[in-house]
Write a new protein. Structure first.
Length: 277
């Protein structure tokens, strides 16, 4: 299958970033402008990446919390509609919502809902990503799930909570997190960043500092997944992951958000120099 190459779009990413910074950083506007330039299949990959925030918002809405992340694909009103009758979400995610909506209906009779709605929803979302046609989505989602599971397991261990309660999905790494008593869960050889995550969780009392250290791991991984991708959807998705991190820190800590935005600009400048050689 031939990949679409977006030479003009990638060349314009610096301008998108600069323009957004000038007007006041608006990640959603950058995403919308990029979506307008993509093929349908590549746009679907971008929407799947942002489906993470839809899941996050659905969990908050279902729990009666006011929290809403504007990076999601769906508005508050659309999310309410999805909880009542899902039609826009990926099939596996929609099935979880239906399954937990009315546990007493004949249709759901005998369905196992012993795991929480939240865990079931995340498991479904990551499973959809694992079967995506897009290489970056598959690899990024596998990394992201493992990173979150490692961080959650380290926190659970620190507060004497059952690790099975906080990990999402299956696989050997999840099994190892659940059964190992080693400081690094016996995963140092398989998960290169595990020491950094455990150190951030155990050594950092400041929650903002802890989150910053974990986001730096995300940032580095977003780049490492696309070492030779310059103009395809993988490069654009890597850029968007970093935009998401900037958006988060623009709210949490404007100074760090500014530093991360400058870092994106520097990386885009470096890539442009490489492409000209």
């Amino acid at each position: 299958m031939f990949e679409n190459n977006y030479y003009t779009l990638v060349a314009g990413l610096r301008e998108y970033t600069l323009d957004s910074d000038t007007k006041g950083f608006d990640a959603r506007e950058i995403i919308s402008e990029i979506l307008d330039e993509l093929s349908k299949s590549d746009a679907d990959a971008v929407r799947l990446l942002y489906g993470y925030y839809d899941c996050e918002n659905i969990i908050a809405l279902r729990a009666g919390r006011a929290a809403y992340n504007p990076l999601g694909n769906l508005s508050r009103e659309e999310l309410k509609e999805e909880l009542e009758a899902p039609k826009r979400l990926p099939k596996a995610v929609a099935n979880v919502i239906r399954r937990y909506a009315d546990t007493e209906s004949e249709e759901n009779e005998g369905v196992d809902i012993s795991i929480s709605f939240e865990k079931a929803l995340w498991t479904a979302y990551y499973d959809v990503c694992a079967h995506s046609k897009c290489k970056f989505i598959r690899e990024w989602s596998a990394f992201d799930r493992t990173l979150r599971n490692v961080a959650a397991a380290a926190v659970a261990r620190a507060i004497n909570r059952q690790i099975e309660e906080v990990t999402v999905g299956g696989g050997e790494i999840v099994k190892q997190l659940q059964r190992s008593s080693a400081a690094d869960f016996g995963l140092r050889g398989e998960v290169s960043y595990i020491d950094a995550v455990i150190a951030a969780v155990n050594d950092e009392q400041n929650l903002v500092e802890k989150e910053h250290k974990i986001d730096l791991i995300r940032w580095e991984q977003a780049g490492e997944l696309v070492p030779f991708d310059y103009f395809n959807i993988n490069a654009i998705l890597s850029y968007l992951v970093k935009i998401n991190i900037v958006a988060r820190w623009a709210l949490l800590d404007p100074k760090r958000g500014r530093e991360m935005l400058d870092r994106i600009m520097s990386e885009l400048d470096s890539k442009e120099l490489v492409n000209k050689q």
